[in-house]
Design a protein. Structure first.
Lengths: 147, 174
């Protein structure tokens, strides 16, 4: 009787401690994406598969190519990182973890010129898409996804 | 066949007769002492009969007796009532336990429903990514505007900018 009680309590304690541990280490994928309309579109990158329908519906392009990306594992929720392409840079500064997500400060640079800055509360279940400047016949998009 | 003790008791009570009486008296070793003992037993019997007879109660005694019984019964009843109401009494009987369990469960369910109702809007807001603020460099893009869309169906939040400076296709390089 006492043994089974001890086993049940141990399992409960392990479960309760394991859940925050698994939540603590999450990856945020940040990508610089060029959206274009082409005659023979390339398959969409795996990171964007989840939101392919929304991207096509919202922006009206048929091809999405990643020109720069970063995959950062968040442990404290206070990290910062950079996703860069040849001309653009997306600086992400995590400013703490909230219930269900992270507070982020995002800065989009064109070379050294700041084009756009935003603060967002990125949900673990909800990707963020930012429409950037027009680039040639396409559009620069910034995408952040908690994986 | 009667024993000597049985015959002795019957002789003291005067229940022996005829040949049985004469045989028993002949068998007595000291008839005079036996007769004296028989007389003593008779005296004792008479005394006991007289003293142990219940006296009929007079009217005053009867009412007094009835009153005392009433008081005693009343005290007993009060004591039982007090014991029934007392918190130190055996409160956790099975029916009361059942009632207490059911009531606790009902209160728990009500609280759970209330808490869940209060938390639902908060959960929905945590469900989608939120844009807290957005700024565009007014020098580089003086006519730029910013809008926010939440596609709840796809769980996507979009920060929509208009009027940013357009760039040549070379900027799409990796």
């Amino acid at each position: 009787m006492h043994r089974s009680l001890a086993v049940v309590i141990s399992v409960l304690v392990l479960t309760m401690t394991a859940v925050p541990a698994s939540q603590a280490a999450e990856k945020v994928w940040s990508g610089l994406v060029i959206a274009e309309n082409v005659t023979e579109p390339q398959p969409i990158p795996s990171e964007l598969t989840r939101i392919e329908g929304s991207l096509k519906r919202f922006f009206g392009y048929n091809q999405f190519q990643v020109i720069g990306q970063s995959r950062k594992t968040l442990k404290t929720g206070q990290e910062d990182w950079l996703a860069t392409s040849k001309f653009f840079g997306l600086h992400v500064d995590a400013r703490g973890e909230t219930q269900g997500g992270y507070v982020l400060n995002l800065k989009l640079y064109k070379e050294k010129e700041l084009l756009l800055e935003t603060d967002a509360k990125l949900s673990k279940r909800s990707p963020l898409v930012i429409k950037g400047p027009q680039v040639g016949g396409g559009q620069l998009l910034l995408v952040l996804v908690v994986q | 066949m009667k024993t000597f003790e049985e015959k002795w008791t019957a002789w003291l009570d005067g229940q022996l007769s005829g040949r049985e009486l004469s045989d028993f008296e002949a068998a007595l070793p000291d008839k005079a002492a036996a007769q004296a003992e028989k007389a003593e037993a008779k005296k004792l019997g008479t005394l006991l009969k007289r003293e142990l007879t219940a006296h009929p109660l007079k009217n005053e005694e009867f009412f007094s007796h009835q009153l005392r019984e009433g008081i005693v019964q009343g005290r007993g009843g009060q004591r039982r009532e007090r014991a029934r109401r007392s918190p130190t009494s055996n409160w956790w009987t099975v029916p009361r336990l059942l009632w207490a369990g059911t009531a606790s469960l009902a209160i728990f369910l009500i609280c759970t429903v209330l808490v869940m109702r209060q938390q639902r809007p908060a959960e929905e807001s945590q469900y989608l990514t939120q844009i807290l603020n957005a700024r565009v460099d007014p020098v580089v893009s003086p006519n730029a505007t910013v809008s926010i869309f939440e596609v709840k169906q796809d769980r996507v939040t979009v920060l929509w900018t208009e009027g940013l400076q357009s760039l040549p296709a070379d900027y799409a390089a990796k």
